[in-house]
Design a protein around this ligand. Structure first.
Ligand SMILES: [Zn+2]
Length: 153
């Protein structure tokens, strides 16, 4: 006879998944958060390919100089032997971008081999990203910058 009493109401894998998703990040170091973010973004990328999407990488880490150029709306061009500032539109609304902390990843999306920025496709990828961690966000939430994927600290 079998007298084993079942005390586990949830399968182990479900419990592990629950704690992974709700694991508090406030006690993690920045380096640990950067690793968690990169691990999750790599899972998202593999998942997107499985859905039939193709992606290429855009910006991940951004230097302070690059961020300043984006924020102030400038490009640096070499003209002859000189470096010249060339005014452009503002490319970032903040100096405090998550790209500065390696906590944001820009993705380029291709459907049937063609580049697209169609919000309908980004919505699908955004929803998956949001389901992977409570701190995950994407530019889809702002209604622009659809290809920006990040994790709040
Ligand atoms: Zn970005």
């Amino acid at each position: 006879m079998d007298f084993e009493i079942k005390v586990a109401w949830w399968p182990d894998e479900l419990i592990k998944r629950f704690f992974r998703k709700f694991k508090p990040v406030k006690n993690m170091t920045l380096r640990e958060k950067q690793s968690l973010f990169l691990k999750n973004i790599s899972k998202l990328i593999l998942w997107a390919f499985k859905q039939g999407y193709e992606l290429t990488a855009g910006e991940v880490y951004r230097t302070e100089s690059q961020q300043l150029l984006y924020f102030e709306g400038y490009e640096l061009k070499k003209i002859g032997l000189d470096l010249k500032f060339h005014k452009t539109s503002r490319k970032s609304k903040t100096m405090d971008s998550d790209h500065r902390q390696k906590m944001a990843f820009d993705l380029n999306l291709f459907v049937n081999g063609e580049y697209t920025n169609d919000p309908a496709h980004w919505k699908v990828i955004h929803k998956k990203w949001k389901s992977m961690h409570l701190k995950n966000y994407s530019g889809y939430e702002w209604g622009w910058d659809f290809n920006h994927y990040g994790m709040k600290q």
